[in-house]
Design a protein around this ligand. Structure first.
Ligand SMILES: [Zn+2]
Length: 187
């Protein structure tokens, strides 16, 4: 059983999946970009796609700031079902915020609950997929360790969001990023 599961995991094409995710084009920060990352009062989230609660919080800091600074924008419609909202970013590859999809609340809930409610998730996918190669249609029933996959390639440097080799920021952004990101234990 363990061997079968390991085989299933190794067969999943993580690079192909990441490539299929939508991509934000980074714009220049507004002159009134926030001087601080917004500090959350909520407890850290559980790991997702191999990213720890700390890494998810760090990604949330950066994504929130990029949105507030005008460097990225929410899509006008949910990247899965096309609904116009309310919409928010879904953290998926926490080492590359530029690949965060924009999701409506029902799709966002379904994607996170899929481990327990796979049939409900597949209904969402079947109602929205056209080619079957969309990023959301590729998602397997098992969890995918995207974090480890990226560290295998980039080392812990991958986790250094503000100086990411995966999503390098132009100087105009890098120079005005706040300095209060939650520290990463491996950086
Ligand atoms: Zn949706």
């Amino acid at each position: 059983m363990e061997t079968a599961l390991a085989e299933l995991h190794s067969q999943f094409d993580i690079d192909g999946y990441i490539e299929a995710l939508p991509r934000h084009v980074l714009g220049l920060p507004r002159s009134n970009a926030p001087p601080r990352y917004q500090v959350s009062r909520f407890p850290l989230l559980k790991p997702y796609n191999g990213f720890t609660g700390i890494e998810r919080r760090r990604g949330g800091h950066l994504a929130g700031w990029l949105l507030a600074a005008g460097c990225i924008r929410l899509a006008s419609k949910c990247n899965i079902c096309g609904s116009s909202g309310p919409l928010s970013l879904h953290g998926d590859v926490y080492y590359d915020i530029s690949r965060d999809p924009t999701l409506c609340q029902p799709c966002h809930r379904a994607i996170h609950l899929r481990f327990y409610r796979w049939d409900e998730w597949r209904k969402v996918v079947d109602a929205s997929a056209v080619t079957g190669r969309e990023w959301f249609a590729q998602i397997p029933p098992h969890s995918i360790d995207i974090a480890q996959h990226l560290r295998d390639r980039w080392g812990w440097h991958a986790a250094d969001l503000e100086r990411s080799p995966i999503c390098p920021f132009p100087d105009a952004i890098a120079e005005v990023l706040p300095n209060n990101m939650l520290p990463h234990p491996n950086l």
